[in-house]
Write a protein that binds this ligand. Structure first.
Ligand code: DX5
Ligand code: ZN
Length: 248
């Protein structure tokens, strides 16, 4: 039986919600993720910060390996010079790995290197190679990388913390990234990360993106399950607006 690749799973479920765990209680994360999965969440977003690229330090490969979940593991590397570090995240079970060219002398080489790596969960699942862009980085930085990536992740906040405000220029950047993808002729997924709450998630889905990261609006310390349900429903509604908007 053919196993769908991680890329295909994301494309078929687009727009998909990737739930960020930055504000979650790591000690009760296993059962929390099981509840989210039962409610239809398909992807978990792990923010890796090294205290250099980002002021804060978070988690590394051991935590990713410890996450026993069927959810796709979306690993966002906000770290300097990932060249010799990516292999550890792949070995730990990442399905999606997003790097940042701003912290990287050889972004193209890192992406090439990832092309030859096998998904540790299931080699047939493949890896989704992502490139994230900070709000202050021109989108043109993506152009030389477009034939070596499967996901573009537009950050709607500056990397560092959960719970920041969505930067409004992100909307224009998403539109521009969509045009760039269309012109490239490649099949590339588009995601947005940061500042996505109950109030704006439907609007973000209506922009026509494939992956929507939302962290503190789900893991608010009170009602992760109810929050996730709300987000999944809102994304469906937003995506319907996008479809009907596109055809009108
Ligand atoms: C920003 C991170 C985001 C962020 C998402 O540094 O990459 O993933 O934690 O969290 P919220 O949804 O709280 O902005
Ligand atoms: Zn992130």
């Amino acid at each position: 039986m053919t196993v769908p690749t991680a890329f295909d799973l994301l494309r078929e479920s687009s727009p998909v919600v990737s739930v960020g765990i930055l504000t979650a209680d790591l000690l009760s994360l296993g059962p929390e993720l099981t509840l989210l999965e039962r409610n239809g969440v398909k992807v978990v977003h792990v923010d890796v910060m090294d205290g250099c690229f980002c002021p804060m330090m978070t988690v590394g490969p051991p935590l990713i390996k410890a996450l026993k979940t069927p959810l796709l593991k979306d690993v966002h590397l906000m770290i300097d010079e990932p060249l010799n570090k990516v292999a550890d995240y792949v070995a730990a079970g990442a399905d999606i790995i997003t790097i940042h060219p701003e912290g990287c002398a050889h972004a193209h080489r890192v992406l090439q290197q990832m092309r030859g790596m096998k998904n540790a969960n299931n080699p047939e699942r493949g890896l989704v190679r992502g490139v994230g862009l900070n709000p202050g980085t021109p989108l043109e930085a993506l152009e030389p990388l477009l034939d070596e990536l499967e996901l573009i992740l537009i950050l709607a906040v500056n990397p560092g913390w959960g719970g920041q405000k969505f930067i409004s220029s992100t909307r224009g950047r998403v539109e521009k990234a969509k045009r760039m993808i269309a012109v490239s002729g490649h099949e590339i997924l588009l995601g947005v990360d940061g500042g996505i709450t109950r109030d704006n998630i439907a609007e973000v889905a209506a922009l026509g993106v494939d992956l929507i990261v939302t962290g503190s609006a789900v893991f608010d310390g009170k009602a992760a399950e109810a929050n996730a349900k709300f987000m999944l429903e809102a994304v469906k509604k937003g995506a319907r607006c996008q479809v009907s908007g596109a055809s009108s």
